[in-house]
Structures are given as structure tokens and as C-alpha cells.
Design a protein around this ligand. Sequence first.
Ligand SMILES: Nc1nc2c(c(=O)[nH]1)N[C@H]1C(S)=C(S)[C@@H](COP(=O)(O)OP(=O)(O)OC[C@H]3O[C@@H](n4cnc5c(=O)[nH]c(N)nc54)[C@H](O)[C@@H]3O)O[C@H]1N2
Ligand SMILES: Nc1nc2c(c(=O)[nH]1)N[C@H]1C(S)=C(S)[C@@H](COP(=O)(O)OP(=O)(O)OC[C@H]3O[C@@H](n4cnc5c(=O)[nH]c(N)nc54)[C@H](O)[C@@H]3O)O[C@H]1N2
Ligand SMILES: [Mo]
Length: 721
Amino acid sequence: MGPVKTVKTLRMVNQKEGFDCPGCAWPDPEHRTAFEFCENGAKAVADEAMQAKVTPEFLRKNSVQALAEMSDYQLNNLGRIAHPVYLSPESSTYETISWDDAFNKIASALNACSNPDRAVFYTSGRTSNEAAFLYQAFVRAFGTNNLPDCSNMCHESSGKGLGQTIGIGKGTVSLEDFNHADTILVIGQNPGTNHPRMLTALRDAKNNGARIIHVNPLPEAGLSRFKHPQDYMKGQLKTTKLADLHLPVRIGGDAALLKGLIKLQLEANAVDQDFIDKKTEGFEAMADAARSVSWNEILRDSGLEREDIDKAGEMLSDSKATIACWAMGLTQHRNGVAVIQEVVNLLLMNGHVGRKGAGFCPVRGHSNVQGDRTVGIWEAPSEAFLDRMETGLGFEIPRHHGHDVVHAIEAMLNNEVDVFFCMGGNFLSATPDTDVTAKAIENVGLTVQVSTKLNRSHLVTGKEAIILPCLGRTERDIQASGEQFVSVENSMGQVHRSQGRLTPPSNDLRSEPWIVAQMAQATLGTEHLDWLHLASDYDHIRALMERSLSGFEDYNERVRAPNGFALPNPPKDSQSFATPTGLAQFTEHPLPDVQVSDGEFVLMTLRSHDQYNTTIYGLNDRYRGVHGHRRVLFMNADDMVERGWKSRQKVAITSHFNGDERHSEDWLLVPYEIPRGNLAAYFPEANSLVPLHSTAAVSNTPTSKWIVCTLSDGSANSEEE
Ligand SMILES: Nc1nc2c(c(=O)[nH]1)N[C@H]1C(S)=C(S)[C@@H](COP(=O)(O)OP(=O)(O)OC[C@H]3O[C@@H](n4cnc5c(=O)[nH]c(N)nc54)[C@H](O)[C@@H]3O)O[C@H]1N2
Ligand SMILES: Nc1nc2c(c(=O)[nH]1)N[C@H]1C(S)=C(S)[C@@H](COP(=O)(O)OP(=O)(O)OC[C@H]3O[C@@H](n4cnc5c(=O)[nH]c(N)nc54)[C@H](O)[C@@H]3O)O[C@H]1N2
Ligand SMILES: [Mo]
């Protein structure tokens, strides 16, 4: 961006008059400093602020085939997409297309579908509330609930786990609660890389006397050593150890650990009987289920020492206010929903919800993934939600549920999809089973991507493909009525405005709401809504949201408050639980089977410090000591020695699921502090190993952290070839 623009831009991140950081969904403190962003937020902003270099001329000169040979890192570095382009069935290059022609092509493909359910509309979690709301209104007016989104691969297990037990599929803490917590459990999450601003909240909590328990197969750096950027400025250079206790659980061993912690709380009589009697049901059955699990099973499955579990148990039993934070380390497992419900059991038994300094904190990924769901990006909406939406929109909407991500891929494989429209994201690389998904996408008639940067989903397409380039979060958005702002919801249910101030890198970019409105107008005309009028002034969209969503009363007014407003959250606000009985639910779950055969390993796929999901900023993972490579496989040194393998040796990975095998070569071994029998590799490189049908019960989330595999010596293989 250049130094002056960089400083100007970064000073607008997460400020009241500025734009919401596109990095993650962690909330902003009420009293903000001039620099309210982190290293990785700065990377996300700088990445978006690149010049537009992917011009129609560039695309004419570089065939899709030639682009496909580039790495994800190279593709991203090509810069912003400058103009709408079209790939015809006969052509090997994208050609310029006008916005009007693009919308006409999309409208005729949609109107040619023999049934609206033959169109699928994906969303990635950066989309603003206004764009997402208008988009789902169009999709439902068109006649389907086929609204899969990245959440299906992300926190769906949290939504389901919490919804069934506490009556709301969201967290129940605010940032302020961190200042009043006694104990904070950080389980299955790597905040140092993925939510760096959360470390500030943890540091402050610690300064206020909180103790932190970190449950993770890896000793993630942010929690074991932490230097706050602002402490650098104050000259306080010592590193803080944020976590008081690290429990190096085996992959998938959390369910066993949580049973142990529940047993210890029962033994210590650390239960809030009054809360249990008045506000919950199912406690005795849950307690019996925990008692019936033996310590042998707990130690075997968790891979932990009894002494360490006892220490954690004591910290929890003594705690007057406990917060549990988690992310993908819990959700992307076969028992993702159940294990989150064990976290609920653990906190609920001592009344740690709706109390100052206590509650549930699923830490969301994409900056507006939570808001998108709130405003209707939901393939399986509840009847109550649909009733309200129908009244607000004023037309009949379909009631039968649509496809989530995995079902959408299955439908494409079965030739049941004619049009696949993606509002952002990188569907091909983010989804499991890359080779299978590629085949599925190639079955589709027309694929459309609304995007900022080139990615692999532009190179593996339907028979025809269109790319519609859009404005980013950081950019000025001017519509007929003047300059617009949008709104987003952070991980803690606070809704606030976001306004880009940068000049867009090309005159041919359009806002997401404008794109939706034009597509809707071209497809449906004005029979349902006056789409173009709505997009001419986003206040019109927000007025429609006021009528169609609960909790959005006076939206236009309240969203303009400097810090926005908090959506209603009954468990947090008043310890009320909107379950069928009005009581919070304790649940019973058998221990999952986490044994694998001799010679088999369990692989988890995770993020490096230099990527944002499928966008690769660089080839280093500084905190884990990796430089210049991404095809690395982290392995326990003893497991390597046992096989006579050395550091940086090449191996091939084969994953096994229901008798099928998937194979991937050329992985560099890196000895690492990881439990024996466990492996780790980066997403998205390892996605070809994740079986499409290996998903979590209830949430259908791909099990990206539980891939059973075997390894073979890669060099031997290449000699055979
Ligand atoms: N810079 C940056 N920020 C991001 C993102 C990014 O790619 N880059 N992505 C955003 C998105 S969409 C999301 S969802 C979040 C993701 O944030 P995280 O969930 O923190 O991301 P992952 O890298 O998937 O890390 C999962 C963590 O869980 C641990 N883990 C894996 N399996 C298990 C297990 O069985 N038990 C336990 N206890 N731990 C386990 C891993 O060791 C790792 O530390 O980050 C968001 N923020
Ligand atoms: N194996 C494995 N797979 C995983 C995961 C894992 O941990 N392991 N994590 C899963 C998770 S948690 C998630 S959330 C998904 C992520 O899935 P997605 O959300 O689909 O993927 P992203 O990589 O975040 O999408 C990046 C693309 O979004 C586009 N983009 C960026 N900004 C904007 C914008 O403002 N507007 C529009 N329209 N487009 C924009 C750019 O073109 C960019 O290439 O991946 C999932 N897949
Ligand atoms: Mo995510």
C-alpha cells in the first residue's frame, strides 16, 4: 500500500467511524486505542488494499489452465480482480463481460431451472448484514432455502450444541466478563494466530487475577509466551506466560477430559444446587453418566496425567466465575456437538452462565459469520424464524429445508444442481475432499463467484462461469443516495456499523448489496420487492430488517450508536433458556471411540500464522518455527525415531474412511511437541484427505480435526515411480 496509506488505513480499523477489521470476529473494547488491530488483522487489511491487477487483458493472456498451475500464494499475489469476466463452455480464458450481460446470463440460467432447489447459494462470513439479508430475501423469493455457508464447516457444532441446551446458538459472554472471570478455559483454539486481540483480553483478565487453562494437543505460542505490542512501547519487554496450565490432550480426547473434570466437580461438591433445581433439568442422569466413566478410560483417551487433570479440577472447583472459550479444535470432530455439550454440562453444574465473569464463548472465525446467520443465511431455519421473515417480507417463502455445504456437494455430484452462486469465499479449497468436490462443481451448468481476489474456485468451474468483482470492507461504497455504511455482528452479539473509507482499486467494482439487487431485479423483476430501491439506500434494507427479524427493532437508529447495540441474549441477560421446557438442559453422551489400529495416526488440519483460511499470505509459520514450506507434517519425535525417520524426510499420507483411501504425497516431516499417534498439517493443502462423508453427528460439519491415516516413506514411493 505504501507507508502513508498504510498508516492512514490501519488507523481506521475497528474505530467507531472506521471499518470493522475483516480479520476475525473478536469484539472491540469500548475504550479503543488508536491502533485497535493486530498483526494478522493488518495483513488482512493490506491484502485487500492491493492494486487491481487481475484485469481483463491479464486474463485473456493467461488461460485458466496456466493460472491453475500457480500456487494459492501466487494467485492471491496477483492482486484484486478489476472487472466482471465470463468463461464460456468453448473457451479456455475468461473474457470481459458487462455487468448487465452478466446479470442477464445469471437470470436466464436461474429461470431455466426446472425447480428452484436446483440452484444453490453459498455465503462466506465476510458478507455484511445488509448484503446477507437482501441475498437471503432474494433466494427465498426465488423459492429455495439452499443457503449453505462457511458456518457449516466452522461453528455449526457450537450453534447446535448450545441451541439444544441453553436455547440460543451463540455465546453468552461480553468482553467485560473477561475482567471478572476467576478461571478461563481455552480449549481447542489457537488465539495467538487466529484471534490475536483475544490475547489482550486474556492478559487483562490475568492482571485481574484470572487463571487460564489451555487444553490443546499443541503448546500454542500465544498462550505459552506472549508479548503485548503496546508493552513494547512502554518498554516492558518481558514475556508473559498466559496459560497457568497446559493440558496436552490427545486429538479427540476432550470428551474424556471433560468427563474427568465433571467427576472432580461432583466429588468436590462444586455444584450450584439452587441454580440446578430452579433453572435446569437432567442433572442426575448427566452426573450418573460421568460417574460411570472410569479414570482408566479417561486417562487412556485423553492421554493426560491424572495429576494435571486434578490441578485443572481444583482450579474449576474453586472458581466463582468460569468462562469457556473454544473454536475448531472442538467443532470439527465427529462428536463436535456432544463435546460442546460436555462443556455446557461442566459450566452449568456450577451455574456459570448469565453471571458476571462467567459463560460460554465460542470464538467465531469470519468477521460477520455470526451476523449472516442472524439475518437469515440459514439452510435449516426454524418455523418461528420463517414466520417472522414471511410477515416482514410480505411474500410466501419456502418451508422445506435446503442444502448445507456437504449436502450441496452431494447434490452437485448427483447432477442435481444447475446454478451454483457463491457470495465470497473459496468453496473448492475450503470444503473437504478436494478431488471429489472438484468433480461435483464441474457437473454444474453455471457457477458464479462474487470475489475480491483470484482463488482456486475461479479455476475449477461449472460449464460456464462468471466472476463478479466486489468492493471490500475497507472501501468507500457510494449508491444513488450517497455514501453508505453496513453493519456486522461480532462474536459476542454486538451489532455495529462499518464504513470503508479507501478509494476502490478499480471503477468497475460494485458493492455486494448492489450485486444482489441487480441479480434479483434481472431474475424476478419487482413482483416481490423493489430490489433496486432497497439497494439505493441501505437504510431501506435496514428498515425491512426491522420488520423481518426479531431483536432488530429501531435498527436504523440503534446501529448508529457509537458502539452499536447488543442483540437480546436470554441466558446472558436473565438466565432464561428458550428450550421447549424453558429449562437449561444437561445432556448425557457416551465416550466417543477414539482408538485407532496399530500403525494408524490421527491427523488434524490447521492454520499457519501466515494465512487467512484459503488465502495464503506467506510460507512461514513463525510461532511454530516453520519457514518457507506449507506441505509440512508435524509428528512426535519418538514416533519418528520408532520408524527410523528423520526431520525433513518426505512422506506420503493415506487417509482411511469406510474402506475408502485417499492419497497425498510430498509432505516434509517436522518433529514437534505433539502427542504420540497424532499428526498436524495445514488447511487447505491437506483437504484432499478429508473424506466428504466424515462429518459430525447433528451438525454435519466435516471432521477436519479427525482424519485417520497411515504414512509411508515418500522417497521410496518416488523411486518406484
Ligand atoms: N490469522 C488468521 N485468523 C483467523 C483465521 C485464519 O485463517 N487466519 N481463520 C478464521 C476462522 S474462519 C476461524 S473458524 C478461526 C479458527 O481459529 P482456530 O480454531 O484457533 O483455528 P485452527 O488453526 O483450526 O486451530 C485449531 C486449534 O485447535 C487445536 N486442536 C485440534 N484438534 C483438537 C482436539 O481434538 N482437542 C483440542 N483441545 N484441541 C484441538 C489445534 O492444535 C489448534 O490449536 O480463526 C479465524 N481467524
Ligand atoms: N481441512 C480444513 N478445512 C476447513 C477448515 C479447517 O480448519 N480445516 N476450516 C473451515 C472454516 S472454519 C471455514 S470458515 C471455511 C472458510 O471457507 P471460505 O469462507 O469459503 O473461504 P475463505 O478462504 O475465507 O475465502 C477467501 C475468498 O473470499 C473472497 N473475499 C475476501 N473478501 C471478500 C469480500 O469482502 N467479499 C467477497 N464477496 N469476497 C471476498 C476472496 O476472493 C478470497 O479468495 O473453511 C473451512 N475448511
Ligand atoms: Mo471459520
